[in-house]
Design a protein around this ligand. Structure first.
Ligand code: PMP
Length: 392
């Protein structure tokens, strides 16, 4: 070990970080995807995970995962292109493609890896990528890794996007990318207008449905809900959130998927998902197909909670989905509110920069379809009490 580097840079940087209010530690949580989690030994209602439909502990997923592990073991042993393939992966991809109304799909080891695969396969240093300013970090990282030029437009601002597209009229290879549901704001992209602009300027359109997959459009995502499945070129998503499993996917035209298989660095240079995870993902997909009303229930209860919060005077930052931020501004305010809610038996995330822009720290509730009426009452009561403390 280079002790001079360690002593000169790592020790003081860690010490400085430790003294800031953006310092991160792993919370003392056990059973973190469950409806109720143990937090330092206390049971709290879990409003912080992305297990939106509560599927991670569904018997159908557990049975499929167990069966696959019993039959095939615990690892895939290599990347897909070497020996890490399983018939289960191919079935999952075929069913995902059909579900998303696309020709083909590719499964990756996470949603993060899916975005890295998309941009390393489809973009290069001659490409300009137009990206909503609040797009997920994996999109930014994918673009950076591809060597493409990143041009960020103001959040949801299609006028700004149009001006930036016009400014780059001489560039041939253009990609527009957006989250469909934004992970920290819970608002949605104006996809119809974005598709129009993409077509007018000859840009490839990439939509990341990580938080909409399994939830909106009878589980198929926002593009499907808006009837735009055919107009969006590349559909990215995750199996790690509403699907209660792990992994990412990309769906689109056959040739697009071919390029990803041949050039997507996160796909080529990493071990494939293990059989248990593939089994669980396939069971989740089939469960969502045969229970298309799950997402609608989640939207209904999200609206009830959001209306209650707005009624109390909280700013929910334009959310229209199951992700509901409560604006706090300063980091310390968000951490304090989080602690007060914990005392009420509620676990919510306090999201701070760099995850969100400076000065926009917030609480982030992610609601789930398996909340009971009692749970909803607890949430309403907890926030009513928080309101009294915050605006006495
Ligand atoms: N895209 C978006 C929009 C996300 O919010 C996330 C996860 N926070 C990802 C991709 C990454 O997905 P995964 O957690 O499966 O890596």
């Amino acid at each position: 070990m280079s002790t001079s580097f360690f002593g000169k840079y790592i020790v003081p940087e860690a010490a400085t970080l430790r003294n800031t209010d953006s310092y991160r530690t792993i919370p003392p949580i056990d059973d973190g995807a469950a409806r109720e989690v143990l937090y330092g030994g206390t049971r709290l209602l879990n409003l912080a995970s992305n297990n939106y439909l509560g599927l991670s502990s569904h018997p159908e997923l557990i049975e499929a995962a167990t069966k696959a592990a019993t039959r095939h073991g615990c690892s895939s042993g290599a990347s897909r292109l070497i020996t890490g393939n399983f018939a289960l992966a191919e079935t999952l991809e075929a069913e995902l493609a059909t579900f998303k109304h696309q020709e083909a799909a590719l499964v990756t080891s996470s949603g993060y890896a899916a975005n890295l695969a998309v941009f390393t396969a489809l973009a290069d240093r001659h490409t300009v990528v137009f990206s909503d300013r609040l797009n997920h970090a994996s999109i930014i990282d994918g673009v950076l890794l591809s060597g493409a030029r990143l041009v960020r437009y103001r959040h949801l601002d299609m006028g700004h996007l149009e001006r930036l597209l016009a400014r780059e009229a001489l560039v041939d290879k253009k990609i527009i990318v957006t989250d469909s549901v934004f992970s920290m704001d819970g608002d949605v992209a104006p996809l119809a207008r974005l598709v129009e602009l993409g077509k007018a300027h000859g840009a490839l359109i990439v939509v990341d449905e990580a938080h909409a997959m399994g939830v909106l459009g009878r589980g198929r995502g926002l593009t499907a809900a808006l009837g735009l499945s055919e107009d969006v070129d590349v559909h990215v998503g995750t199996l790690s959130k509403a699907l209660g499993s792990l992994g990412g996917y990309v769906a689109g035209r056959v040739e697009t998927i071919e390029l990803l298989r041949n050039r997507g660095r996160s796909f080529i240079f990493s071990t494939a998902l293990p059989p248990a995870v593939l089994g669980a993902s396939l069971a989740a997909l089939r469960h969502i197909k045969s229970n298309p009303g799950l997402g609608a229930r989640l939207m209904r209860l999200s609206k009830q909670i959001r209306d209650h919060l707005i009624g109390l005077g909280f700013d929910t930052m334009g959310s229209t989905t199951q992700i509901i931020p409560v604006s706090c501004g300063r980091n310390r305010v968000a951490l304090h509110a989080q602690a007060l809610l914990r005392a009420e038996g509620l676990l919510v995330a306090a999201v701070r920069p760099p995850t969100v822009p400076q000065g926009t720290a917030r609480l982030r509730l992610s609601l789930r379809a398996d909340l009971t009426d009692d749970d909803l009452k607890r949430i309403r009561l907890g926030f009513s009490r928080l309101r009294v403390t915050f605006f006495p």
